[in-house]
Structure formats: C-alpha cells, structure tokens
Design a protein around this ligand. Structure first.
Ligand code: NAP
Ligand code: F7E
Length: 321
C-alpha cells in the first residue's frame, strides 16, 4: 500500500486529491493546523479513511515529525496562504507560509525520507505580467503580487533541491482551478454564491472589482489527476496545467447569471475596493507538455464548471433556508 502525505488537505484542492488517492488505495495522511474550532467540511466525508497529523508550515519540528510518522512514498505540498489580495495585507506571513514553508517541507523530507517523491503547488500567478501568451514551462516569470513572488521562490527551491540532492521533486504550475468547494472569496465562487443568493431572494446585488481580468479556469477535480500523474513518471519534471481557454470576469458573470435566468447587468456593480495594487490582466495555459507526457486533458468545460458551481450553491443555500 503506497503512503502519501498531503499538506493543505483541508483546502479545496487537497480535498479532491485526498479523495483520488483514497480511491487509488493509498494510505493517506493529511497535515492540519491546530484550530480552536475544527474546519474539516471539505474532507468530512472521508475522515474515516485518512489519518490527520497536526503540524504547521511555520514549524520545522512538526514537519519532521509528520514525515517521520507517515513515512510517505509521496508528499504533496498544497498548503499555502493562497488568496492573492491577502498577500498585500500580510506579505511577510505569506512569504513564511508560501515560500519558506516549502524549504521547511523539503528539509523535513531530506532529513527523514529523501527518496519520497515531492509535489510543489506552483502557480500561474508566477507568470503575472508576462508578455508571452499562452504560457508554458519556458515562459519567463514576472509575478505581480507578494503571493506570486512567494510562489516563484517555492518553485525555485523545489528545482534547487532536485538539482542539489537528486530528490524527485516536481512543480505543477497550475492555472486557476475551481469547484463547489472553492473558497467564497475567490471570484468564481463569489459570483456563483451571489447568483444563488439572488435567485433565492437572499441578496440583490454583487460588488466586484476588475471585470476585464481574464483567466484560464478549470475544474479542480480534473487538475488533481494531473498532480498525481506527475509523481508517477520515471523522472521528476515541471508541468503547466490549464485548459488553454481564457474568459473574462464579465463572461463568468454572464454565464452564471444567465444559467439562473438572470441578467448580470441588473445586479453586478463595480467597487474599486476590490481592485488590486497590481493586476494580472490575462493568463492562458499552454499545457501541451502535460498532454503529451502525462496523457492528461481536462474533462469539464468552463460553462459546465460554472453551472456545476451555481447548482451546488443553490442546493446548499436551499437546505439552509
Ligand atoms: P486553499 O483552499 O486556500 O487551501 C490552502 C490550504 O493550506 C488549507 O488546507 C490551509 O489550512 C492550508 N494552510 C495554510 N497555511 C498553512 C500553514 N501555515 N500550515 C499548514 N497548512 C496551512 O487553496 P487551494 O485552492 O486548495 O490551493 C492549493 C494549493 O495550490 C495552494 O498552495 C495554492 O497556492 C496553490 N494553487 C492554487 C490554485 C488554484 O487555482 N486553486 C492555482 C495554482 C496554485 P486551513 O484549512 O487550516 O486554513
Ligand atoms: O481572482 C478578478 C481579480 O481571486 C481572479 C488563487 O487560487 O488562482 C487564484 O488567484 C481575477 C483577478 O483568483 C473580483 O482581480 C474581479 O484578476 O479568483 P481570484 P487569482 O487571483 O487569479 C491562482 C492561479 C492562484 O495560484 C491563487 O492561489 O478576478 N476579480 N473582481 C476579483 N477577484 C476576487 N477575488 N474578488 C472580486 O470581487
């Protein structure tokens, strides 16, 4: 039985990855931070099939203990401060979690289980203001937020430990991936949740920032398959994962509102408070390497994804009413 350690298992993507690995017969360990109230909603349905270990990316000793206790064949480092706007409010904390945290995790593996395969959750935000479109593994990084800068560090320390210590380390450079489990502050979920609230008479407007920003949005359930495939190859490498399609926030609103029989222009208002100090205007993936080497491709379209999220939010709020 293969053993995997997932950091960030309580997060959106960690929960899908845990499900996938449980289904594949892995013994799954998840690193969780201590909290005064348990926040296990996303993994509540598989809690009896996984083992949770307390630890924090800020605490080296707890990571060493987690690797020692789990003795993993594979480590998936998904934990991070992942919300871009927060990275301007808490830039130092973001760097501690999202960059130095990666080094702490790598050190724990190097000391306790050097042959474990390692996945680092790198991000398309590293490309930021790049001129090149679409972006692939050779595109130059130009991050536009403290989060993006922190992820560039995480990317390079992962490469560096591969080159310095011959460790099996992979970077997945993932473009935005969403689902009904996405955090409520990210734009897709903010929109689908607002559509559900408006439809059920619980709200009458939605305040958003830059409607012209464009992203390559895919389904998190598809992307965890690519993550797993990266660690099943003979050699460690880095891969860009995305759909290859780009849509604006405005298009996102059109799709979500019209699916519920509403016109977004009647409800959406622009509030400059949601603008960012430096914006990433557009991102689109060229994931031809992953498609060729890993045999991976997305299965859920943009429209299907947004409709799935609207359905899930309506269902959830109906049950709460
Ligand atoms: P998410 O929902 O925000 O989950 C983040 C996870 O990290 C949570 O489980 C959180 O635990 C944990 N965490 C945060 N700080 C920690 C710390 N100091 N010690 C231990 N755990 C900590 O993020 P996601 O969307 O699943 O994304 C997963 C990873 O992929 C992140 O690294 C993100 O930056 C990266 N990424 C995401 C996307 C995307 O579009 N989703 C794209 C590219 C890369 P709590 O539950 O305790 O808060
Ligand atoms: O913003 C615009 C905003 O916060 C997307 C993280 O998972 O993906 C995510 O980062 C776009 C931006 O995601 C609102 O300005 C307009 O251009 O959903 P988001 P993100 O910043 O792209 C990457 C790949 C990650 O790695 C990150 O961890 O939408 N936008 N109005 C808005 N965004 C938000 N959040 N709220 C608004 O009201």
């Amino acid at each position: 039985m293969k053993k995997a350690l997932i950091t960030g298992i309580t997060g959106q993507t960690g929960s899908y990855l845990a499900e996938l690995l449980v289904d594949k017969g892995y013994k799954v360990f998840g690193l969780i931070r201590r909290a005064s109230v348990e926040r296990h909603e996303r993994i509540s349905h598989i809690l009896d099939k996984i083992t949770l270990l307390q630890g924090d990316l800020l605490d080296q000793y707890s990571l060493i203990e987690a690797v020692k206790k789990s003795n993993p064949d594979e480590v998936y480092n998904l934990a991070a401060q992942s919300f871009v706007p927060t990275s301007w409010n808490q830039p130092v904390l973001t760097a501690e979690f999202t960059s130095v945290g990666v080094t702490r995790m790598l050190e724990a593996i190097r000391l306790m289980k050097k042959d474990a395969k390692f996945y680092q959750a790198s991000s398309s935000e590293m490309f930021g203001a790049t001129e090149e479109s679409p972006q692939n593994e050779r595109t130059r990084f130009h991050p536009r937020s403290p989060y993006g800068v922190a992820k560039v560090y995480g990317y390079w320390i992962t490469v560096n430990y591969r080159e310095s210590y011959d460790m099996f380390n992979c970077n997945g450079i993932l473009f935005n991936h969403e689902s009904p489990r996405r955090g409520l502050e990210f734009v897709t979920r903010k929109v689908t949740n607002a559509v559900a609230m408006i439809k059920l008479g619980m709200a009458d407007e939605l305040l958003l920032g830059n409607l012209e920003a464009r992203r390559d949005w895919g389904f998190a359930g598809d992307y965890v398959k690519a993550i797993w495939l990266m660690l099943q190859q003979d050699k460690p490498d880095d891969y860009v994962i995305g759909t290859g399609e780009m849509h604006s926030v405005k298009e996102l609103c059109e799709v979500a509102f019209s699916y519920a029989g509403l016109n977004y222009e009647d409800y959406v208002k622009v509030d400059k408070a949601f603008y960012r100090p430096a914006e990433v205007d557009k991102l689109m993936a060229d994931s031809s390497k992953a498609r060729k080497v890993l045999g991976w491709k997305p299965s859920v379209s943009f429209k299907e994804l947004i409709e799935m999220m609207v359905d899930a939010d309506i269902e959830r709020l109906k049950n709460k009413k």
